[in-house]
Design a protein around this ligand. Sequence first.
Ligand code: CA
Length: 709
Amino acid sequence: MKKATYNDIAASLALITSLLLTLNAKAEQEGWLSHGYDYREQRFSPLTGINDKNVAELGLEWSFDTDFNRGLEATPIVVNGVMYVTGNWSFVYALNARTGELLWKYDPQVPRAWGAMGCCDVVNRGVAVEDGKVVFGTFDARLIALDATTGELLWETRTADIEQWPYTITGAPRIAKGKVFIGNGGAEYGVRGFIGAYDLATGEALWRFYTVPGNPANGFESEALEQAAATWSGKWWEFGGGGTVWDSIVYDEELDQLYIGTGNGTPWNRNQRSPGGGDNLYISSIVALNPDTGDYIWHYQETPADNWDFTSTQQIMLADMPWQGKLRKVIWHAPKNGFFFVLDRESGTPLSIEPYAYTNWATHYDKKTWRPVETAEGNYQANPGAYITPSSLAAHNWYPMAYNPGTGLVYIPVTRTPSVYDELQTDFVWGRWNVGVEIEKNPITGMPGLNQKVLTKLYSGHLLAWNPITQSEAWRLEHASGGNGGVLSTAGNLVFQGTSSAELIAATADTGTPLWRYDTEVGVMAAPISYAIDGEQYIAVAAGWGGAFGLIVRLDEKNVIPQSRILVFKLGAKNSLPVSDNSLELVEIPPQTDATSEQLDEGLRLYTNHCLVCHGAGVSSAKSIPDLRNLPMVFYENFDKVVREGMMESAGMPNFGKVLSKNDVQDIYAYVIYEAHALRKEQEPSIFDPIINVIEDVVSTIIVWWITD
Ligand code: CA
């Protein structure tokens, strides 16, 4: 054996020193480098500075007010002490992660009228950062790269033809192998879903994978789409077909595969979408692709012939899991439909599928075919008017879940969302919801006067700690209502979650015991993250209420526009939130009309189908979008012009001229004015208030008990 020379030893020592330096640097400057922490998207921080022994000392270090007050869904990215986070209208902010100082911001100038082309608020779920570039998608379907240091525009690529189809981007791009991957949304309106890959250096489009086939007369882009076309019938391409890749895109380093989750079909109603039946591939599926070429590798369809807007776009988490004596490379997935899927990610074959929430659309999945066994109740075309759970509002939606390798548990934000589905024959209207389902009898609207109380009880929610191996519940933490935020887990035996009732909570990861609560002043949807600078650990979260669930449901009737903010915490900090006075006074409104009860019913029906998703149940809005019960007089006087002539289109209010008649708008107006007067009556104190409260409580409890299992 050759004797080691002085030079060899010196070289080894230098190597060890540099390794130690690297490790030390990693410990002192621990960032949050990509959307789900790393490629596995487990959202687990190895930091232990904040832990179950000291979390009670956590306090606000800094906050940053964003430019708007609508829903925040972004996961901040922290690289080299800089936080990159997105707000409403696809704004990007670069902040000093230690102090909150604004370093730069970028306004991509999204046309406000395009706000009407998204189902679920003008949100954005974040940026991707690599190679000195900050990459993000815009609401009008552009992909943009900025210089991470200066915020200057490097390149901009239009990803979809929005002249032809109402595409939007709300998801965070992912970067791997020098490529940026991004999909889009729009399946409620009617688009053809796809994911694209773009060159990180130039923005040049490299490949595109359509998730559903186009018109067969034009030929197919690939063999995979030719095979998919055999599972469709009718003229689905006229509605676009759907299957949009609006959230989860995950790169698997070990197998060199890209996984995408696809959305619902257009319309939701399968009888209208594909009248001759068929599974309608590749909607509501996980599809594995070759990241270099976009070629199809495998798929598994979680909801064949999706009839309910269940989608499979929710977070795809990668893990290694012991299964029947072998370590298997798996995907963990908890999509909207209420079942937890464990898939072998080499083949796409399920290992186990069990319900993580109450479901009545299917009893279970057959263990030979891995197909759901649907119930008669779930088939609303044959049995109109049944309560279906979960519904389009999801047992678990895009809100990120987290995993803790110390406990072996996955933490899922779960909501109970029963809704009535009725078939509605619709002609395709460009730029409008084209879902083929009547949501008129939805419980959230069928009970005027009790709306919010019934709503918050009916849509209850909890944080679920789930064992993915045994497919069983370890513990649950009940919240005030549903629609609660995404989750972070840390090596300090903690889970962090924001709630719809405006709290950020830390609980123990092993038992779910709450240890710390912070009043965020606004409901939280986004997932917290953690990072460290110079050895000090921070917890950060984007707090802003809105999104699909939040625009309809809320927990209070406060007449305040809540401020959407970034909040950052560390041990021992004692700062407080700036006082923002966005309270709204009740203004004078027009007198109640002499509308008939038929007219009010029709107004309620039309409101539910056209206005509710933005202006809220019971005409009670989240206030970031105008509450129609409390408008300046000019808007009541010009109600028809606003609704049917696009008077407020530049502010994001759609022009309904093509879908609503003058008579329709008169009925909606009558219903809105009715609710406006009801609000004022409610706010007049009365000696009967305590009794009325008790009666409302009892009645809403009975209704909830009757509707749910
Ligand atoms: Ca959808």
